[in-house]
Design a protein around this ligand. Structure first.
Ligand code: CP
Length: 312
């Protein structure tokens, strides 16, 4: 296995090769040990400065990147569009160039427009990490999801994973499909026909519209949020009707003849895609996903810094 990533930016899972993912997982294993020690900090990125620039709201991704950077001893600056000069008309490139003029080495960016991270990477010299670009990709979420499956089941290869819900608007769905397929998992998507993109089978997945059948097939169910903020039209009659067909509650879980692992990238709409009795059940690894997010993001930051020769 290679000891360096094949990329200088993390723009999407589609830019990675399987060896990159294996290297990220092995590095994250080491960092997971670090963050469970009494002293949770290593000097690996001392003297590296990282800017977290978020043009869209975030809780998990933003906090876990910041924590990952601090655990690696990097200097961190945070930028939020809502409290910045973007509201006065400053462009993305001008905003970022001003941040880079302050000698920033790496940029973690979330943006509502698909392709924003790629665009940025072509205009600046710093490494860019895509923390979610519109409906396109969310690569670190897919990496932490696959890492969490590997941790729970001991492998990803051969595991049956169903991704349920708003596949059409979900960057988590696309990045998960690409990552899981690269690691040899079997992937199915499940949801109302209006929320499943046409030709999605070309990504090597199968489609099932019946939740119970999908659950009976799978080892892992990744329950996605309905992305109301990205929906310009109504894709189903009502939230209540969606929940009746695609919501996962204790009754549905008890009606299948096997134990399955429940995942959710967050934020959860409790009582819509999952009930509290499922989200908080022993089947759920939702908080393990959050914990693993820090280790995975430490690994990505550290390995990208290595490709640029920043690290100590
Ligand atoms: N999973 C995820 O991206 O959550 P946030 O939007 O809170 O970062």
């Amino acid at each position: 296995m290679a000891d360096k990533l094949s990329v200088q930016h993390l723009l999407g899972i589609k830019n990675l090769v399987p060896d990159d993912i294996k290297l990220i997982f092995e590095t994250a294993d080491t960092f997971k040990d670090v963050i469970n020690r009494p002293i949770k900090k290593v000097p690996s990125m001392r003297d590296v400065t990282v800017a977290n620039i978020f043009f869209e709201n975030s809780t998990r991704t933003r906090l876990s990147f910041e924590l990952a950077e601090k655990r690696l001893s990097a200097d961190v600056v945070n930028f939020s569009a809502s409290s910045s000069s973007v509201s006065k008309g400053e462009t993305l490139i001008d905003t970022v160039n001003n941040i880079l003029a302050m000698k920033v080495d790496m940029v973690v960016m979330r943006h509502p427009k698909p392709g924003a991270a790629l665009f940025l990477s072509k205009h600046i010299r710093a490494s860019v990490i895509n923390a979610g670009d519109g409906t396109h990709e969310h690569p670190t979420q897919a990496l932490l999801d696959a890492f969490s499956i590997r941790e729970k089941l001991g492998r990803v290869e051969g595991v049956n994973v169903v991704i349920v819900g708003d596949i059409l608007h979900s960057r988590v769905a696309l990045s998960n499909i690409l990552c899981l397929k690269m690691l040899g998992a079997h992937v199915k998507v499940c949801g109302p026909p209006t929320l499943i993109p046409r030709h999605i089978e070309s990504l090597g997945v199968t489609v099932e519209h019946n939740l119970k059948k999908a659950l009976e097939w799978c080892d892992v169910a990744n329950m996605l949020r309905i992305q109301s903020e990205r929906q310009e039209i109504r894709y189903f009659p009502s939230i209540r009707e969606y929940t009746m067909q695609y919501g996962l509650d204790r009754n549905v879980l008890d009606s299948i003849d096997k134990q399955i692992v429940i995942m959710h990238p967050g934020p959860i709409n409790r009582g819509v895609e999952v009930s509290s009795s499922v989200a908080d059940s022993p089947n759920s690894i939702i908080l393990d996903q959050v914990e693993n997010g820090v280790a995975i993001r430490m690994a990505v930051l550290y390995l990208l810094a290595q490709t640029r020769g920043f690290e100590q």
